[in-house]
Design a protein around this ligand. Structure first.
Ligand code: NAD
Length: 259
């Protein structure tokens, strides 16, 4: 129970990687504020499952497109739980299209949810973390924070931006017991990736099974990364053992970005 007494917000934790991180942090003893689109009733099954670890769990429906809802989520967590110790900026969306056809509203949404929401959460959380001399900021980036792929201009721009933001925050907070790190997964089999398969199949004129192989071709292991593997790395970065690690961007991508 290395995180006993700590409280974490995990944005976008009703599905996929965020849900896995919420589980793993709760299993390590942390109280959790879950977040995601939809109502508490919509997300009841996911919330109930995380509650089973025995720590205190709340749900905040803040939409990562709305500045006030993001800052209110952080201040409400501090008020209700007494502190916000760990923030995992995980909420993210994807859209695939050639740059010349990329829908402008999708560009704006991807930059807002995948990048700007982290700025609003972090800037609101830092004064309390500085006062308590403890904080763990974990930004879920992507292999696309290091390399690019076609059809993903907004996503690649947002993730490269989030990786840079992570480093700048690390430098500003290093003397206050706060760490700021990024995790950059390769392809993890979640709804976000599943939705890309038919688009890739159509754009390349191939079957969906072949489109799945196109993704796996990026990873020398030929395996999807698992949600649990990403979640365990997040727990490590939140733990006392990682106190000297800040400004790092951890690849967890089956060797993709080693090429
Ligand atoms: P997912 O689609 O399974 O989950 C996304 C979560 O974000 C959901 O809980 C959803 O409700 C929430 N969300 C979306 N828009 C939101 C909004 N406006 N406000 C609040 N919450 C919102 O996706 P995932 O694959 O688990 O991705 C999670 C993160 O991991 C994303 O940042 C993604 O870019 C990153 N990532 C995923 C992969 C992958 O292969 N799946 C790889 C690298 C990085």
């Amino acid at each position: 129970m290395q995180l006993k007494g700590k409280t974490a917000i995990v944005t976008g934790s009703t599905s996929g990687i965020g849900l896995g991180i919420a589980h793993a942090l709760a299993a390590a003893g942390a109280n959790i504020v879950m977040n995601g689109l939809g109502t508490e009733a919509d997300n009841a099954a996911a919330i109930q499952a995380v509650t089973a670890h025995g720590t205190r769990v709340a749900f905040d429906p803040a939409n990562m497109l709305r500045t006030n809802q993001i800052t209110d989520m952080v201040t409400k967590c501090e008020k209700d739980f007494g502190s916000l110790d760990i923030i995992v900026n995980n909420a993210g969306i994807q859209h695939l299209a050639p740059v010349e056809d990329f829908p402008i509203e999708k560009w704006d949404e991807i930059i807002a949810i995948n990048l700007t929401s982290a700025f609003h959460a972090v800037r609101t959380a830092i004064p309390g973390m500085k006062a308590r001399k403890f904080g763990r900021i974990i930004n879920i980036c992507s292999a696309h924070s290091v390399v690019a792929s076609p059809l993903r201009t907004a996503y690649v721009a947002a993730k490269h931006g989030l990786a840079g933001f992570t480093k700048a925050v690390a430098l500003e907070t290093a003397e206050f017991g706060i760490t700021s790190n990024a995790i950059s997964p390769g392809f993890v089999w979640t709804p976000l990736v599943e939705k890309q398969i038919p688009v890739i199949a159509k754009s390349k004129g191939i079957t969906e099974a072949a489109a799945k192989k196109v993704l796996l071709h990026k990873q020398p292991t030929q395996q999807f990364v698992t949600v649990e593997q990403v979640a365990d790395l997040a727990v490590f970065l939140a733990s006392p053992a990682a106190g000297a690690i800040t400004g790092a961007n951890y690849s967890i991508d089956g060797g993709w970005t080693a090429e």
